[in-house]
Design a binder for this molecule. Structure first.
Ligand SMILES: Cc1ncc(COP(=O)(O)O)c(C=O)c1O
Length: 402
């Protein structure tokens, strides 16, 4: 059998160099733990980048996927797909949306939202109503539409020109949105309830509420990118629930499939109807396996009370992180919602140093923005596991302290 080092060398030779990968390859997972090829055990506060909501080895997920695999796993959207219809029904029943479009990733979900906004704008206001406002420091994915919507030039470098008529406002600054928005030009505003990749920055409730009002006044679609915040991550099924508002469009992915690739764009009827047959599509979107996974994630969230768990453990995780802040001068801020927490450091280089020291000691954490450590463990995590992880993080921080 190949060693982990041999695999990594082969990977460097054959796999395109688009990720700054850590030198680990995992072969097995159990609960909130991963095991690498050398058999070393890691507590996982990354969860496949906020994806593996049920952790590893969830029995219902494995048996439902196995059972579906025995029957059929792809027929295309030329025909009706039973688990897709059931998942659409379940998502609609639990959200403010009325209809669901299924795709395969977060990028595709935000791309679908951008297209829906343009279609809607053209129908209610004509071709001039095509401008989309997104937020500086946001992240919405990697296709040309999504990367243009992403308000961070570092992701756009060398790829220009970007899509026209996408403009950027300051996050949490309603005046900056107002300065850009107009009834004649603007068709959609896209915002993350918590900026994830941008550094774990929660939206200000007043900002979200004012944004909602502004969108209603000017007939603009309020679109929330819940790719990272959705499906329980912040302690409510959708992040928007924290703000007492109802968006018009919701983009979902990551946690919805518990590890199976899936994306979804949900919308209220008044704007969902802007799409008709042929306006948008995805060959694999909403296939039997990904939607079986989505249905299982939702039922496991209920059965294991994972929303309550995410609230409770999220609070504990934040408290533990604040204890570290008292101890280490290089921690500037602790912020987040539910099981999406960030520790902001005063130096960018510390992020990777701490990640490496933590991994050596058996804890996986991830970076966000330039200076934040991000913790997005599986929603099944328990207090003892958080304590064990934060003890390791404490040791890792002590090791890098200068
Ligand atoms: C808020 C948000 N939107 C979109 C995306 C893109 O999702 P994907 O990588 O599945 O295409 C991400 C991924 O990190 C995200 O956090």
């Amino acid at each position: 059998m190949e060693s982990m080092q041999e695999l990594i060398e082969k990977g460097r030779q054959y796999v395109m160099n688009t990720y700054a990968r850590f030198p680990y390859a995992f072969t097995k997972g159990e609960g909130v733990y991963l095991y690498d090829m050398d058999g070393k055990k890691y507590l996982d506060f990354v969860a496949g980048i906020a994806v593996n909501s049920l952790g590893y080895g969830n029995e219902a997920l494995i048996s439902n996927l196995n059972a579906q695999m025995q029957k059929v796993f792809h027929t295309s959207n030329l025909y009706w797909i039973e688990p897709q219809v059931k998942l659409a029904e379940a998502l609609v029943q639990r959200s403010c949306a009325d209809k669901v479009f299924f795709c395969n990733s977060g990028t595709e979900a935000t791309e679908a939202a951008l297209k829906l906004a343009r279609k809607y704008g053209s129908q209610v206001g004509g071709p001039e109503k095509c401008q989309i406002i997104t937020m500086k420091n946001s992240f919405h994915g990697r296709t040309f539409g999504a990367i243009t919507a992403t308000g961070q030039t570092k992701y756009q470098k060398g790829l220009g020109p970007m899509l026209p008529e996408i403009v950027y406002a300051e996050y949490n600054d309603i005046e900056s949105v107002r300065a850009l928005a107009s009834k004649e030009k603007t068709c959609g505003i896209l915002v993350e309830p918590v900026q994830g990749e941008g550094g774990v920055i929660p939206a200000d409730p007043a900002f979200m509420q004012e944004l909602r009002k502004l969108c209603s006044e000017l007939d603009i679609l309020m679109m929330v990118d819940e790719v990272q915040t959705g499906i329980g991550r912040t302690g409510t099924l959708f992040g928007y629930e924290h703000f007492g508002i109802e968006p018009d469009v919701i983009a979902l992915a990551k946690g919805l499939g518990g590890g199976m690739p899936i994306g979804a764009m949900m919308a209220k009827d008044f704007c969902a109807s802007a799409f008709g047959p042929g306006d948008h599509a995805a060959t694999f979107g909403g296939n039997f396996l990904s939607t079986t996974a989505g249905l299982t994630v939702l039922s496991e969230i209920d059965r294991m009370h994972l929303l309550e768990n995410a609230q409770k453990q999220g609070t504990h995780l934040q408290e533990r992180a604040k204890k570290l802040q008292e101890k280490y001068d290089f921690i500037q801020e602790v912020r987040g919602l539910g099981l999406m927490q960030g520790i902001v450091l005063n130096e960018a280089s510390l992020v990777n140093e701490i990640r490496l020291e933590a991994a050596k000691r058996g804890l996986l954490v991830i970076g966000a923005g330039y200076t934040a450590l991000r913790m997005v463990p599986p929603l099944i995590i328990q207090k003892e596991e958080i304590d064990a992880g934060m003890d390791i993080l404490d040791e890792a921080m002590a090791a890098v302290q200068k």
